[in-house]
Design a protein around this ligand. Structure first.
Ligand code: GAR
Length: 216
């Protein structure tokens, strides 16, 4: 499916957005970004999108009477853009069940842990605190529960003895920037199928679906 259109939802810095913009600019990449939406007016990623000539919108949760009203406004703006798929890229807001069902298997998220371990916030700090030896990141289809849904790709990184939250976050982030464009590519190429709670990637054997950081 060439030219799949993506809406990217952000709340902050936008480094994953930047990675997706970079990928989409590569010749032959099968997806393009048609809209970037932030729920915060001060999100750094809005400037990145504008500099790349991408349409942006700010839709703030506080401007609506209810969570459903916010979700409906967001949904309407995204549908108006002609997007085929949504990528949550540091979007720090839990979308409601009806929004999530409306975009079932066309709504992706990236999370900085090896799900289902460490859901929620400050997960890199938790990984350091818990003394896990490996962490990483996950791209998954979104289900209504927080950080839940069929896993498309994960990257593993080591947690080294001297690590703090910052050093581990940086090591994970580098991998995020590889696996998000990769997951989108597989989907846009029509190679991804959801079967129950599992994702099958056609022609992607297990090593390709699980990237191990060269630092391991
Ligand atoms: C990324 O590390 C992403 O995985 C995380 O927020 C950061 C956004 O950075 N997302 C979550 O924790 C979602 N549960 P970015 O704005 O530079 O892409």
């Amino acid at each position: 499916m060439a030219g799949m259109k993506l809406a990217i939802l952000i709340s902050g810095r936008g480094s994953n957005l930047q990675a997706l913009i970079g990928a989409a600019a590569e010749p032959g990449y099968p997806a393009e970004i048609c809209l970037v939406v932030s729920n915060r007016a001060d999100a750094g990623g809005l400037k990145i999108a504008a500099a790349a000539g991408i349409d942006t919108a700010v839709i703030k949760t506080g401007d609506f009477d209810s969570r459903d009203d916010f979700d409906d406004a967001l949904d309407a703006r995204i549908r108006e853009s002609g997007a085929d798929m949504i990528c949550l890229a540091g979007f720090m807001w839990l979308l409601g069940e009806s929004f999530v069902h409306g975009w079932r298997d066309r709504l992706l998220n990236i999370h900085p842990s090896l799900l289902p371990a460490f859901k929620g916030l400050h997960v890199q700090a938790q990984a350091v605190e818990m003394g896990v030896r490996f962490s990483g990141c996950t791209v998954h289809f979104v289900r209504p529960e927080l950080d839940d849904g069929p896993i498309i790709v994960q990257a593993v990184v080591p947690v080294l003895p001297g690590d703090d939250t910052e050093t581990l976050s940086a090591r994970i982030l580098e991998q995020e920037h590889t696996i998000y464009p990769l997951a989108v590519r597989w989907i846009a190429e029509g190679r991804v199928r959801v079967s129950g709670e599992r994702v099958l990637v056609e022609g992607g054997d297990p090593p390709e679906q699980t990237l191990i950081s060269p630092a391991v």
